[in-house]
Design a protein around this ligand. Structure first.
Ligand SMILES: Cc1cc2nc3c(=O)[nH]c(=O)nc-3n(C[C@H](O)[C@H](O)[C@H](O)COP(=O)(O)OP(=O)(O)OC[C@H]3O[C@@H](n4cnc5c(N)ncnc54)[C@H](O)[C@@H]3O)c2cc1C
Length: 373
């Protein structure tokens, strides 16, 4: 078979590798960008000589041993447990997700253990038995003051939506801490690829049956030349917005060099109502190199129309209209026998890297099995 994979991000790279490995035929991978690794691209910056993540900090974490073992064929790992601080008005930095230290710092308390923390939260939380949106969910755990301070303005900057307009699932990703643990994720496997994400993906694509063509955008004329296309381009773009565009949030990155960075953690969140959501000192991520102030990147969320149609985050609203619209595209895509949409923009799902790897492995397996191999 001649197979085409559109997009050299995690989704496309995993599928291409699986098809090649299982001798399904020759695999051509195209990407309209001039690099592989998709949004996980982490080149060495020409000015600093140190690594940074071009499309925002990417932290690998998973509870799936299968995904971890799969990726470990292509990389070794540097140990890293993600820790984030929220900068409060006045400049104090406190742990995020909220934990006991956060409350002690913010309220000037001395909560000594988990049970004191639970008692304190019990006194400030709102008794909402069945929260219907992200705001009510957070009110029911942290009360109003902490919700507004740590989530309200941040979420509005990030999504352009109020917490009350968002489903619970958007904030439920964050663990609720009653102890002092500062780590952001609880997953069993966490780390950074030793040489970076770019070499990981390059190694995955380095196979005699895979050919990579960069700077090559998908063209519908290509469909006739291949037995099957695995497509990670935005599904609405493929169907020329037949049911209207799917909304995405995007981010503009502002790079600053040689400025001070006074935090112990690589990424801090801004809780104020200014335009920035986060800033990152790349040197504080293992494997990046350099010194903390060498290269600091600020993030300014925006609509994707304001950022050259760079689609980063599929949007979820309380009434679910984007997912309903996606469903129309998904149904239409089912009528195309020789094309499978994959990845964050092909399936319009807010996938993390481990999720997109798991999903792509499963898509490849199904295809291979259905082809009788
Ligand atoms: C700011 C940000 C931070 C993130 N942080 C994390 C994190 O900390 N941890 C984590 O696990 N995940 C994180 N993610 C998610 C992670 O980036 C995705 O899970 C992963 O990139 C999805 O891979 P993908 O292949 O589906 O998409 P992508 O990485 O977006 O790759 C798709 C590729 O397809 C190409 N393409 C699109 N259209 C066409 C076309 N018409 N023709 C040719 N090529 C095309 C694009 O150029 C792109 O290279 C983050 C994402 C963003 C945006």
């Amino acid at each position: 078979m001649k197979l085409l994979v559109v997009g050299a991000g995690f989704a496309g790279a995993v599928i291409a590798r699986e098809l090649a490995q299982h001798e399904m035929g020759s695999v051509v991978v195209i990407d309209r960008r001039d690099h592989v690794a998709g949004n996980a691209f982490d080149p060495v910056h020409a000015r600093t000589g140190a690594r940074y993540h071009k499309y925002g900090p990417h932290i690998f974490h998973t509870n799936s041993r299968a995904v971890f073992d799969y990726l470990s064929q292509f990389t070794q790992w540097l140990p890293y447990h993600h820790v984030v601080n929220a900068v409060l008005p006045g400049g104090t930095a406190s742990p995020m997700p909220i934990n006991r230290d956060t409350l002690n710092i913010h309220f000037g308390l001395n909560l000594a253990d988990e049970s004191e923390m639970r008692d304190f939260l019990q006194g400030i939380r709102e008794p909402i038995a069945q929260p219907t949106n992200a705001e009510e969910h957070l009110f029911s755990i942290y009360g109003r003051e902490l919700t507004d301070l740590f989530f309200g303005r941040y979420t509005f900057k990030m999504w352009g939506l109020k917490l009350a307009e968002m489903p619970i699932s958007v904030v439920a990703r964050l663990p609720v801490r009653y102890g002092n643990e500062a780590q952001y994720f609880d997953d069993e496997f966490q780390g950074m690829p030793r040489e970076g994400y770019l070499p990981l993906i390059e190694k995955m694509l380095a196979h005699e049956r895979i050919e990579v063509r960069l700077g090559t955008a998908f063209d519908k004329a290509m469909e006739d030349q291949y037995s099957h296309v695995f497509n990670s381009m935005p599904i609405d773009e493929y169907f020329e917005n037949r049911f209207g565009p799917l909304p995405y949030r995007s981010i503009k990155f502002e790079h600053r060099f040689d400025e001070s960075f006074d935090y112990d953690v690589p990424t801090v969140n801004f809780t104020d109502s200014g335009e920035y959501t986060r800033k990152t000192s790349w040197a504080l991520y293992p494997g990046c190199g350099g010194s903390p102030g060498d290269h600091v990147t600020y993030e300014i969320p925006c609509s994707y129309e304001d950022n050259n149609f760079e689609r980063y985050y599929p949007i979820k609203t309380i009434d679910g209209w984007p997912q309903r619209r996606y469903k129309q595209y998904e149904d239409l895509a089912r009528t195309k026998g020789n094309m499978t949409f994959i990845g964050r923009c092909g399936q319009y799902i807010y996938y993390d890297m481990h999720q997109v790897v798991a999903n792509s492995l499963s898509i490849a397996k199904k295809f291979i099995e259905s082809s009788g191999s």
